[in-house]
Structures are given as structure tokens and as C-alpha cells.
Write a protein that binds this ligand. Sequence first.
Ligand SMILES: [Zn+2]
Length: 239
Amino acid sequence: MDRLILIFALAAFISTLVGGAIIVKFRKYLPFFFAFAAGSLIAVSFLDLLPESLELAGSVNIPVRYVMITVVLSFFLYSLIERFLLTHHIGDHDDHNHIMGPIGAGSLILHSFLDGAAIGAAFRINASVGLIVALAVIFHDFTDGINTVTLMLKNKQHIKRTITFLVFDALAPFVGILATTTINISESVLAIMLAAFVGEFLYIGASTLLPETRNNLSKGVVIAMATGIFLIMLLTSFI
Ligand SMILES: [Zn+2]
């Protein structure tokens, strides 16, 4: 495997772990992390993943409409996953359902696997697309770590079990990267995969991360989101 990809796999691992570890101490800064991650995920969807998906689709004669339908269906599918599996929200509404912690954290692990798959798929296009997607995913893996720990603790899970889930969540992107870089993927499948990641990332950015920032009225949240967006704009302009 490419050494660069290994480095990103490691970064995703560390980012998730650090996110999970700092949640207890730095709770009041969470809205800024969420806003930054939302901005970068939405920007990377429109400025990198979608254009690449469309370009690739064009080169293998897949109609634009199929790509767009994939985006919409993926968005919808993600909303279903959230609805049925995740009690995802960091807000105040508590439900002390013991099974929801592991189920929610388990589906976050699946999601983190897909995060890794997105990095691997982007690297299949070329190294610069891979780089930008990897950065956006790694920023946001930080919030995945936070969400895993929050979900487990909120649902009254033991700290040991919480750490186990956090470690699995941190390892999952690595497995995802490994899968998409070692298994042979045709260009048509890759185009559709990228479109599916667009739907997923848009959902996570707009519907999972941004709502967590709504209760914080400080300018910092706006600045954090703008920073996420402009960073990706800058990267996609120059890399
Ligand atoms: Zn993620």
C-alpha cells in the first residue's frame, strides 16, 4: 500500500482517539469542532467528490442523472440509518436506553469504515483528490470519536466498554482504506461510490453536525464553519 495512504490511515486513527479522549474535558468547545467539520464536509462534497464523480461517470458514459439519483438516495438512506440506529444527538434530551449505546456506537463504527472507504476511493482517482478527501474526513473523524464516547456514556455504558468501542471506531477507517485500496474497483462502480459518499457527507454535515451548533450563538461557530469551507476551497483550488 502507498505510504501516504498509510499515514492518512494513522491520522484518522489518532484523530478519532483524540476526539474521544478530549470530550470530557473540552465539552464547551464542541460546537466549534462540529461547525468546522460540517463546513469542510459540505465543501469537500461539492468541490471535490461530486465533480470527480461526474467527471468519472462521464468518461464511462454513466448519465449525470444516475450520479445525482445516487446522491439523493444515499442522503435518504443515511437519514434512515440515523432514524433507526442512532440516538446521535449530543443535546440535552436524555434517553437511558442501555442497548442504544452499543447499537449507536456500532453503527458509527460502520460509518467510520465508510469514511476510510471514501479516502481509499478518492485516492483511486488521484493523489490530490485523495489528499483533500482524507483531510476533510480526518477533521471529521475527530467528531466521530466524540460521538462514540458520548453515545456510550449517555447510555450508561461502562468506561472500559466505551474505550473498546472508541478503539474499534478509530480502527474502522483503516480497514475501510485497506478494503478500497486492495480490492479492484471498476471506474463505473467508483463513480457511483463517490456519489454515495457525497450524499452521506452532506447528510452528516447538514443534519448531524450543524444542528449540534445551533444552541451556541457565538461568532466562533460561524468562523469555525467558514474556516472549514474556505480551507477546502483553498485546497481544491491549488492541489
Ligand atoms: Zn466519520
